[in-house]
Ligand binder design. Sequence first.
Ligand code: AMP
Length: 191
Amino acid sequence: MSSTKIVLLGAPGAGKGTQAVLLSKNLGVPHISTGDMLRAAVAAETPVGLEAKAVMDAGHLVSDQIVIGIAEERLTQDDAAQGFILDGFPRTLGQAEALDGLLDRIGSGIDCCLAITVDTEGIVERLLKRAELEGRADDNETTIRERMRVYGMETAPLLGYYAARSLVREVPGMGSVDEVSQAMVAALEAA
Ligand code: AMP
């Protein structure tokens, strides 16, 4: 399997995080989640965390400036040199362009954009269940709907951005974790 610099795209609740962990183990490249990094910053009450908390709780996007900063810091670490699974970044065209700029400077570009496709009602159900299990402050119904809206407005256009370079591989995301995981590996092998 040759594609190791991977961007995962999918609506909130599509299973990106779960799949990213599995794929990261499979390929032996780090899983990089800006959501995880931001939650860690919130928990540690760093300046970034203090600024990001209310924005995240409302289901909005943290500013490109902050997110690009933390993503660049992580992507320039040694373990990301051979590849990575990006989960939740980029989420805006500005972030995608910044990522391309960074990769141009430090090596080669994205190999594949894996897009997990799901139906919206299935997602809302999934997110409400996860909210109960994990007690995530950004998973109440109002916030979920807001995150969907933001995804449609800001992040969904990235599919076109990567499709223009023939990098998108779509994977249906409504099966079991194993089924989706196998479909992702198959999509990468075909990429
Ligand atoms: P996630 O765990 O990826 O769903 O991210 C949780 C929350 O963190 C999002 O709803 C945003 O508020 C924020 N966040 C994570 N990644 C980004 C990003 N790339 N750009 C802007 N905000 C982000």
